[in-house]
Design a protein around this ligand. Structure first.
Ligand code: ZN
Ligand code: ZN
Length: 156
């Protein structure tokens, strides 16, 4: 009976080792799968977040132009809605020459609504320049600061 004990103990130890080895392998596989899933999830989340950030940026810009409540958010990189609306808007009348919108590269046709930037006198389609000025505060053609000129015009 004395030899029975150690044999069972050794068998039990063997069984434990096998179980431990087996579970280790399973754990490794699970960890690897988890890592792969996590990394792909992170990439996916980052992509979704990036798209949402872009969408939110456009939404904030649109809200800023409509209300003015989002002026602070829009003014961080683009022109404030009040400054944007201060830029003179006119129906284009073709004179001797012709004008081209430097944003969409189309020739400005008679009767189209354009904005003439007070700082430099460059004119663009109102929808083209409004879209540009929501994310920039400079003339897309000569890079003069549109916001400063508009603010100066308001003060004078
Ligand atoms: Zn245009
Ligand atoms: Zn200009």
């Amino acid at each position: 009976m004395s030899s029975y004990g150690p044999t069972t103990a050794a068998a039990a130890a063997d069984a434990l080792e096998v179980a431990a080895g087996g579970s280790y392998r399973v754990c490794d596989t699970v960890v690897l799968i988890c890592l792969a899933c996590a990394s792909s999830l992170i990439v996916l989340t980052a992509a979704v977040c990036f798209r949402r950030a872009i969408a939110n940026g456009y939404a904030a810009a649109a809200a800023g132009s409509n209300g003015g409540a989002g002026a602070a958010a829009a003014a961080s990189c683009g022109l404030a809605p009040s400054a944007l609306s201060a830029i003179p808007m006119l129906a284009y009348r073709r004179g001797a020459g012709w004008a081209q919108c430097a944003i969409c590269l189309a020739v400005v046709r008679d009767g189209e609504t354009v904005r003439r930037l007070p700082a430099c006198g460059h004119l663009f389609h109102v929808e083209c320049i409004d879209l540009w000025l929501r994310s920039h505060a400079t003339c897309p053609l000569c890079r003069r600061d549109v916001g400063e000129a508009a603010a100066a015009d308001e003060k004078v």
